[in-house]
Design a protein around this ligand. Structure first.
Ligand SMILES: Cc1cc2nc3c(=O)[nH]c(=O)nc-3n(C[C@H](O)[C@H](O)[C@H](O)COP(=O)(O)OP(=O)(O)OC[C@H]3O[C@@H](n4cnc5c(N)ncnc54)[C@H](O)[C@@H]3O)c2cc1C
Length: 501
């Protein structure tokens, strides 16, 4: 049933992890006449990982009108300019690269020069085509500068965060309740369905029956409503992305807080390092087909210098893929219940935010009907698939040969048609960015991001051109670029100063 304004009278959200509380906050701030109730199970608890974000988390907080100063200190949060990918390549000069979030300075000056020099490098000229030298946010990270410029700096800059996921959940729960969301503790034991296959109510294990007009499934990997009850199909990504497990442990924070996540390639996967105000969050994402959990834990401890430490490690299994429909009948799946792509690009929160935001838009446009259900599902599916392709590209382009894991990943033929086309263009196009647009290959990631990844690993032909090249002019342009970036950098404060919020 709908209210007079076309919004559902009552919504039940099952699950009180980050996804459930994000949905509660957004719905409460947009649909003020809807009664919202969130049910969460203390027995089951939350997954409790996921401590890095993309700039979408900033958009989410903007949408619910919460400033950095209100939530960041409560969640031990720090700023994030991007991700450093370390040891994914063994090519000299490309052992590490930084992937920045977008800034307006990219498009007006730095990226055109980057793309121009990539083309020259493709032709065998020994020009500078390492991404670290072309992006303002790389400079900020290297110099421990936070992403908030002085007001006089006229260019926009996107940024993400690192945060304690349990504290973020608590903050969001409190905020949603202050906006009228009802919180119920209980474990859903049964889900009741009407004759026409819609959800009607959930029954808790103490017998309480909670009915609603619309349901949000945020029950995590359980996917209680969407997959278990409504039997919506699931598309696994395990042929494309082989990692299926992770081991995690905290470590002591460094005196200088980095402004970036670090993703270091290890023998059979990669390790994250996420700086919070009070600790580093660390984890090793790997494939059980190549190493077992004990080996992974030992390798992570070695990597962290914690071999002798009694800090406890937490082990997790990961299911990688997505549902075929995220909105079906009177149910929307948000968070791990709708799917998960391994955390290399920290995209899960972004996907949850996109899912809820787009759903609100389509539901309103369809005046409370399912008119736009198909369009919505197509759009969310392609967001998932775009991210999958981008992450697969990291593995495909890796330049390590020290284990079967890395060799198999580089040789993996299970890649999408879009990714094959992008890799073809990288090698063959004279205008990578223009051709990506021309062939409609630009989805969630812009050409500059693909170029950053492939150039970052040094995926260039191993040849030297015997044609003459104006190296003096090239050097002049590179000098101008670094001077421009350095002077932009004068408008930014140290990360530690920004965190005195
Ligand atoms: C190794 C790893 C690293 C990750 N890193 C990142 C990252 O850096 N950035 C990022 O954005 N994301 C990351 N993620 C994903 C991130 O953890 C999740 O997207 C996020 O925590 C949201 O989870 P969720 O709310 O969907 O599920 P959960 O946190 O699992 O919450 C599920 C909720 O449903 C409840 N529930 C389940 N069954 C029932 C039931 N029967 N009755 C009542 N309640 C029930 C649970 O009690 C819980 O409250 C990572 C994930 C993994 C596995």
């Amino acid at each position: 049933m709908l209210n007079n304004d076309g919004k559902p009278k009552k919504i039940i959200i099952v699950g009180g992890g980050t996804a459930g509380w994000m949905a509660a906050n957004l719905l409460a701030s947009k649909w003020k006449t809807t009664e919202i109730c969130l049910v969460e199970s203390k027995e089951i608890g939350i997954i409790g990982v996921g401590e890095g974000s993309t700039p979408h988390l900033k958009l989410f907080f903007d949408a619910i009108n919460v400033a950095d100063s209100q939530w960041m200190p409560r969640c031990n949060a720090t700023y994030k300019n991007g991700i450093t990918f370390d040891k994914w390549s063994t090519i000299a000069g490309f052992e590490s690269y930084f992937h920045p979030f977008a800034a307006q300075t990219d498009d007006i000056f730095t990226v055109p020069l980057f793309l121009k020099n990539i083309q020259a490098r493709m032709q065998g000229y020994r020009v500078d085509a390492h991404p670290d030298n072309y992006f303002l946010e790389s400079y900020l990270s290297k110099n421990n500068l936070g992403p908030l410029p002085d007001e006089s700096f006229p260019f926009g800059i996107a940024y993400g965060y690192h945060f304690d996921s349990a504290l973020l959940g608590e903050f969001l729960a409190e905020n949603a309740q202050s906006r009228g969301v009802k919180r119920v503790y209980g474990t859903v034991a049964d889900v009741l369905v009407t004759k026409d296959g819609k959800l009607s109510s959930v029954k808790l294990n103490d017998g309480t029956l909670l009915a609603a007009d619309f349901f949000i499934d945020s029950s995590g990997f359980n996917s209680l409503l969407m997959q278990k009850t409504l039997q919506v199909g699931y598309q696994s990504f395990k042929d494309n992305l082989v990692n299926d497990a992770a081991v995690m442990m905290p470590s002591e924070i460094s005196p200088v807080l980095p402004v970036a996540t670090k993703a270091t390639a290890l023998s059979n996967g990669w390790a994250w390092q996420i700086p919070l105000r009070n600790r580093f969050g660390n984890g090793y994402v790997y494939s059980n087909n190549y190493i077992d959990s004990n080996q992974a834990e030992t390798e992570l401890r070695q990597h962290l210098g914690l071999l002798e430490s009694d800090i406890e490690a937490k082990h997790l299994k990961m299911k990688v893929g997505r549902v075929e429909k995220h909105w079906y009948k009177n149910c929307l799946a948000v968070g791990l219940s709708q799917g998960f792509i391994e955390p290399l690009e920290a995209t899960a929160i972004a996907l949850s935010f996109n899912t809820i935001g787009k759903f609100i838009q389509y539901f309103e446009e369809g005046k409370g009907t399912n008119k736009f259900e198909d369009a919505f599902n197509k759009e969310i599916n392609s967001r998932f698939d775009d991210i999958r392709d981008y992450i697969v590209c990291h593995y495909k382009a890796n330049q390590r040969t020290d284990s079967d894991y890395w060799r198999d990943n580089a040789a993996n033929k299970n890649i999408s048609e879009n990714l094959s086309k992008i890799l073809y263009l990288w090698k063959n196009s004279q205008d990578f960015s223009g051709d990506m647009h021309k062939h409609k290959l630009v989805g969630g990631y812009q050409p500059k991001s693909w170029a950053c990844l492939l150039a970052g690993y040094g995926v260039f032909p191993r040849k030297d051109s015997d044609q003459t090249f104006d190296y003096a002019n090239h050097q002049h342009e590179i000098n101008g670029l670094s001077d421009f970036i350095r002077r932009c950098g004068l408008n930014f404060k140290k990360h530690s100063e920004l965190l005195r919020l």
